[in-house]
Design a protein around this ligand. Structure first.
Ligand code: G1P
Length: 277
C-alpha cells in the first residue's frame, strides 16, 4: 500500500491535436487559449489548487512553446513593466515562482499508457496525478483533482474520474463498470477503451484526471497494445483493478472536451460568461 502524499502531476502533452488543424500545425494544442489562458495553464492551476507544485510534462516535437510559457520572458517583462498589462501576468508569474517544471519527450506516439510510462523518469516511485489538459474542468468548490486527492487519502489506490455520458458517446471514452461503495465512488470491476455503445459496460466514461500508484509503471510495461494498436492506460488500470483495487469517482463540477471544436467553443462561452458575472 502506498501512503506517500501526491506531490507531482504528469501532463501527457505529446499529441498532434489534428482536430484543430491548421491551428495546431505550429502551435501545441495545449497552448490554444480559452479566453486569454492556454489550456495547459488551466490544468496546472487545478494541480496547484490541489496542493501540487511539481509539474512533469511529456512533450514531443514542436512543443517548445510549452516550456517557454512556464518560463520568464525578460524582454516582454521589461516592455510592460509598470504598465497595467502587468496585471495580466499575475497568475502565470505566481505559477512560475511556486512550481517546478520538468520535461521529457515521447519519441513515438504509442498511446496514453505509453505516454504515462515515458513520464516515469520524472515521477519516480511515488503516487502521482495525471491531467489531460484538453479535458478542461471547473468547479466552484474544490477542483476535480483536489476532490480526487481527498479520496486518495482515504483509499490509497489508483482513482479515475468519471462522468455519465449519453450511451451513443461511449466509443469516445474509456468506460467502466463497478460497484458503488459510497456515494459517487465505484470500485472498478471492468473497464473497456472506447467500446461500441452495444458493448459498453455502462455509460460511466473516464475523463482526463487520474491518480495513479507507481506500480502502474510495471503494469504498463507488460500491457500489450489494445484499441487502435496503442498501449492504453485503461487496459493497465483494469489489470491493476483485478489484482487489487481501483476506484472511479463521479466528480463535482463541469468538464469540457476541449479536444473537440464543439467542447472548445462551449468552454469559451462558459468562461466568458463567468468572467463577466
Ligand atoms: C483518453 C483515454 C480514454 C479517456 C479519455 C478522456 O482518450 O484513452 O480512456 O476516456 O482520454 O479524455 P483520448 O481522448 O486521448 O483518445
Amino acid at each position: 500500500m502506498n501512503s506517500a502524499p501526491i506531490k507531482k502531476c504528469l501532463f501527457p502533452a505529446a499529441g498532434y491535436g489534428t482536430r484543430f488543424l491548421p491551428a495546431t500545425k505550429a502551435t501545441p494544442k495545449e497552448m490554444l487559449p480559452v479566453l486569454t489562458k492556454p489550456l495547459i495553464q488551466y490544468g496546472v492551476e487545478e494541480a496547484v489548487e490541489a496542493g501540487i507544485n511539481t509539474m512533469a510534462i511529456v512533450t514531443g516535437r514542436g512543443k517548445r512553446a510549452l516550456e517557454d510559457h512556464f518560463d520568464r520572458s525578460y524582454e516582454l517583462e521589461h516592455q510592460i513593466e509598470g504598465s497595467s498589462k502587468e496585471l495580466l501576468m499575475t497568475d502565470i508569474r505566481t505559477i512560475i515562482r511556486e512550481c517546478t517544471f520538468s520535461y521529457t519527450r515521447q519519441v513515438e506516439m504509442k498511446g496514453l499508457g505509453h505516454a504515462i510510462l515515458t513520464g516515469e523518469t520524472l515521477i519516480g516511485h511515488e503516487p502521482f496525478a495525471v491531467v489531460l489538459a484538453d479535458d478542461l474542468c471547473d468547479n466552484d468548490g474544490d477542483g476535480v483533482l483536489a476532490q480526487m486527492i481527498e479520496l486518495y487519502k482515504k483509499h490509497k489506490c489508483s482513482i479515475v474520474a468519471i462522468e455519465e455520458v449519453p450511451k451513443e458517446d461511449t466509443s469516445k471514452y474509456g468506460v467502466i463498470a463497478g460497484d458503488e461503495i459510497e456515494e459517487n465512488v465505484f470500485q472498478i470491476t471492468d473497464m473497456v477503451e472506447k467500446p461500441d455503445p452495444k458493448d459498453a459496460p455502462s455509460n460511466l466514461a473516464i475523463i482526463g484526471r487520474y491518480i495513479l500508484t507507481p506500480d502502474i509503471f510495471d503494469i504498463i510495461r507488460e500491457t500489450k497494445p489494445g484499441k487502435g494498436g496503442e498501449i492504453q492506460i485503461t487496459d493497465a488500470l483494469l489489470e491493476q483493478a483485478k489484482n487489487g483495487k481501483v476506484l472511479a469517482y463521479k466528480f463535482q463540477g463541469q468538464r469540457f472536451d476541449c479536444g473537440s471544436v464543439d467542447g472548445f467553443v462551449e468552454a469559451t462561452n462558459y468562461f466568458y460568461k463567468k468572467s463577466k458575472a
